[in-house]
Ligand binder design. Sequence first.
Ligand SMILES: Nc1ncnc2c1ncn2[C@@H]1O[C@H](COP(=O)(O)OP(=O)(O)OP(=O)(O)O)[C@@H](O)[C@H]1O
Ligand SMILES: [Mg+2]
Length: 360
Amino acid sequence: MTKESVIEVLKTVIDPEVGVDIVRMGMVKNVEISDGEIKCEIALTTPACPLATEIKENVKKTLEENFGKEHKINIVLVSDVRKSKETTIGVQRIVNLDTIKNVKNIIGVYSCKGGVGKSTLSVNLALALAKAGAKVGLLDLDLHGPNIPLMLGIVGTPKIRDSKIQPVEVMGMKVLSIGLLIDNSSPVVWRGPIQTTAVKQLFEDVNWGDLDYLILDLPPGSGDIQLTLAQNIPISGIVAISTPQLVAVVDTIKGINLFEKMGTPNLGIVINMAYYICSHCREKNYIFPKADIDLYLKDKNIPILGEIPIDPLIAQGSDQGKPIVYEYPEHEISKIYQEIASKVASSLSVRTVKRELNIK
Ligand SMILES: Nc1ncnc2c1ncn2[C@@H]1O[C@H](COP(=O)(O)OP(=O)(O)OP(=O)(O)O)[C@@H](O)[C@H]1O
Ligand SMILES: [Mg+2]
């Protein structure tokens, strides 16, 4: 038996999401054959892969069926996040993308409405990806209400090195917010052109370094900032978020069209404060008619990435700078955020791999 024959056998293992074999996908990184053992290194396209166990089992089973009599099979999972393509179709880019050239995926968290939970989702999504082992950055782009410093309990100002702002390292992530750069206690008037300059600087003047995922906490609405971003920043995908009223969902999906028109795909929607769980009987209670939303989104072909309950633990976590995914990683609500993170990460990697392999 040779390394080549092992690789031939691995060509029969199909990636469940992309539907092509793992060798063609470039997931087989290393095969070592030594006395009595075949060691095989498989690189997942994201450390947050929801099907990691299934893939590992499939590889192990296939190799055992073929070589198991004489060899012990040792499968090592690693990850190799793929870089998504630049999707902006900006007429004339005004942002220099040098500082984000080593950022593999940029994810925008968006809603057209204020106060629906964008910042809370951005924080917990970023933490869930970091917990899975990814290199994560979080950029607060809400110039009028930069809440990320409070939500992560960050105080102080970022350091400057080689004339670039260093994001603050907190909870295993690189974080930056306009709230850390200006006096956050008094209101700031941001006229249109100044907004554009500020957004430009939060990319150009910051040492973002190597990142698998950069999460953007976007401000609400569809105005200057959103347009600047859509035209200039290669956002890999948008995660929409809405509260569970049909009117709110409809407006948010309308806002998403702005990004879609500029070539940025919508990865799906998170319904926040979707239901509450009775503290006595633990029953799930939906206040707004869920069926209408489900029907509307099905019709528009927009996947629901997850439903998050309204829960005091989430609000407390945000207010006290101790987000639920960090503070209570095993809590059932943290698991929902982790599932959302896995879906987002795998949706991005499936898109990237399909594009690389020219598969529809
Ligand atoms: N599922 C939830 N359960 C309870 N409280 C929540 C939930 N999601 C968000 N909150 C709380 O609701 C408030 C608004 O959330 P958040 O600041 O994340 O919204 P936002 O969309 O970013 O708002 P803005 O448009 O002002 O930036 C916060 O106090 C937050 O802690
Ligand atoms: Mg916010």
